[in-house]
Design a protein around this ligand. Structure first.
Ligand code: ADP
Ligand code: ZN
Length: 594
């Protein structure tokens, strides 16, 4: 609706300006030749003018060559006497005024413009609860929820304990900024919460304000990006001004990717307005000190497209991942929301949690709410049962936009086996980075993830280390193949990375015996690919070398998995049970099964 009014007002303005211009041009003189009144009279006396037309004060006539002349007579009616005497033919015409409608319209133009603009701006500030402040041109439109309203506490948020742990410090700071500044501690100015939609990022930001008892301003990044250049930037300025007045406080910017998208990455086609807004945001963040007690919390589900400038020290340098909940997290979230409804004794939240892999906190909340509605519709005062929750789950699943994220049992099994494969190979190969955590909770496009943490920062990699990486990357696919005698597309990304890494080892780092220590980097179309300077024979050789490197990594991977099949199966089962397993869990599984 907002856009409708915006467009309407713009077309109105364009239309009005057009009409004005048309009028100006209509009054431009044509090719008539101007003659003074005296000359005109002389010509009349000489009898060269056959007939004239009089309209108001203007006299026009045409000579025998067809040229048109024009003269202006004095206002005095007596001026017509000499003409009458000369006996020429006089045609007097009614003076035409512009059409009454046009005239009235034009005299109303300024008023109309004001009305249109007024309408437009009240409409704008009214649509997001901005109190309908007329003419609040470029005001921040941030919604203030003061500490009375923001009753959300950390205990209302479940399944994101790691994120909460990281945010406790922010709460402590807001409660008593002076304690921190006296100690000379560096306070974060900006915290970026990132993760799938509905994982509780907004809720976390509110809870920080709620726990600390400070005001909470919230605004969405998309509100900044308006049609008119300069408004977004002025909104940002305003928001910070307001925030500083109310410090200590939280400013929450939802969907920061709407403004904070990488500046060169297009997407919207050179949006100057967005860039200006982003620049203003950067300027404001640099311009205040952390100890002023304002903390900016931003949320996004597209952390990968953010402009790196936003993530630099002194800006959103603290980044907290808010993941989709695992099985235990889902159980807790369900229980948090179940407190608000009547639940029958047969409900086992653990079972429901197991049956909802890939659900976000929002979807779980939604499901509990749907169940309550289903019961309410019955009007018999009954309570929510397992059956009803099952129905509610189906409803939420059907309505889920991210259908791809809702996982079937079969997919879950395959994913668990795939990740267990990566983890097992990583665990068994000497010199590989230790496995930190394995999860089959989907994240972005990946269905699962095996996280390895290097023991120290490595500046260069040995051939054996890189070879191990090839084996680990292949481990997922090999495990699927070994267990299910079939493969899925799930390993697509792994295979890309394997090919890439193997090519680089051959072409850039001289790690293949067949090719030797030559690089083929120069003039290559993409890193790792030989450029046109390579002869065809060499290109074939390179391909062979890459293939044999991958084949040898594959057989190492296969051997590891065949030898330790028992551990693979145990790890797969553990992943199916818990969805996430830690370094310690794996250690135990390996000990129990070897
Ligand atoms: P996001 O900002 O990450 O998109 P929200 O914070 O807006 O998600 O979550 C929407 C709703 O989903 C919340 O109001 C809450 O009811 C529910 N919710 C999401 N995550 C959780 C969680 N971890 N614990 C409890 N409720 C949650
Ligand atoms: Zn994989």
């Amino acid at each position: 609706m907002k856009y409708f009014y915006k467009n309407l007002s713009i077309w109105l303005v364009i239309g009005l300006v057009g009409i004005l211009l048309l009028n100006v041009f209509k009054q431009q003189p044509d090719s008539t030749i101007h003659v003074s009144y005296t000359d005109f009279l002389k010509q009349v006396q000489r009898g060269v003018i056959p007939d004239i037309r009089i309209q108001g004060n203007t006299i026009t006539w045409t000579n025998s060559n067809g040229e048109t002349f024009k003269s202006v007579s004095p206002e005095n009616p007596a001026a017509i006497d000499p003409l009458l005497k000369s006996g020429i033919n006089i045609e007097v015409r009614e003076t035409t005024k512009p059409h009454w409608f046009l005239q009235t319209f034009l005299s109303w133009v300024p008023f109309l413009l004001i009305i249109v603009l007024w309408f437009f701006f009240t409409q704008q500030s009214g649509d997001k609860g901005g109190g309908g402040k007329a003419m609040a041109f470029g005001k921040s439109r941030a919604r203030l929820i003061d500490d009375q309203e923001s009753k959300v506490k950390f205990k209302d948020i479940a399944g994101v304990d790691e994120a909460k742990d990281e945010l406790v410090e922010v709460v402590d700071f807001l409660k008593d900024p002076s304690r921190f500044t006296e100690a000379g501690a560096r306070i974060p100015k900006g915290v970026l919460l990132y993760g799938e939609p509905g994982t509780g990022k907004t809720l976390l930001a509110k809870a920080i304000a709620g726990e600390a008892g400070v005001p909470f301003f919230s605004i969405s990044g998309s509100n900044f990006v308006e049609m008119y250049v300069g408004i977004g930037a002025s909104r940002v300025r305003d928001l910070f001004k307001e925030g500083k007045k109310k410090a200590p406080c939280i400013i929450f910017i939802d969907e920061i990717d709407a403004v904070g998208r990488h500046r060169s990455s297009g997407g919207g086609g050179g949006n100057d307005e967005r860039e200006q807004t982003l620049n203003q945001l950067l300027v404001e963040m640099d311009g205040f000190e952390g100890n002023e007690g304002v903390i900016i919390i931003a949320a996004t589900n597209r952390q990968d497209i953010l402009d790196p400038a936003l993530l630099r020290p002194g800006r959103f340098d603290r980044q907290v991942m808010v993941p989709l909940p695992d099985v235990g997290g889902r159980e807790q979230i369900l229980k948090v929301h179940a407190q608000k409804i009547q639940v029958s004794d047969d409900v086992n939240w653990k079972i429901i949690a197991k049956g909802t892999p890939g659900f976000s906190g929002a979807e779980l909340a939604n499901m509990v709410n749907e169940a309550a509605l289903l019961v309410a519709r019955k009007k018999d005062g009954s309570k929510v049962t397992m059956d009803i929750l099952e129905k509610a789950k189906d409803k939420v699943m059907m309505g889920a936009e991210r259908r791809s994220l809702i996982i079937t049992d079969k997919e879950k099994k395959i994913t668990a086996c795939h990740e267990a494969g990566h983890a097992l190979v990583a665990w068994m190969l000497p010199g590989a980075d230790p496995v930190h955590k394995v999860t089959i909770i989907p994240r972005g496009k990946a269905l699962g993830l095996t996280m390895q943490l290097p023991e120290e920062d490595k500046l260069s990699h040995s051939k054996s280390y890189l070879f191990n990486n090839l084996c680990i990357l292949l481990g997922g696919r090999v495990a699927e193949e070994t267990v299910f005698a079939d493969v899925t597309t799930g390993a697509g990304n792994d295979i890309d990375r394997v090919s890439d890494l193997a090519r680089k080892m051959v072409c850039e780092w001289g790690m293949s015996e067949e090719i030797g220590t030559i690089t083929f980097k120069a003039a290559s179309p993409a890193p790792g690919y030989p450029g046109p300077i390579v002869s065809e024979a060499t290109a074939v050789k390179i391909d062979d070398a890459v293939k044999s490197l991958i084949a040898s990594a594959y057989s190492t991977s296969k051997k590891t998995i065949m030898d330790k099949r028992k551990i693979l199966d145990a790890m797969t089962q553990a992943l199916l049970d818990h969805e996430t397993i830690s370094h310690e869990d794996i250690k135990k599984i390996v000990m129990d099964n070897s």
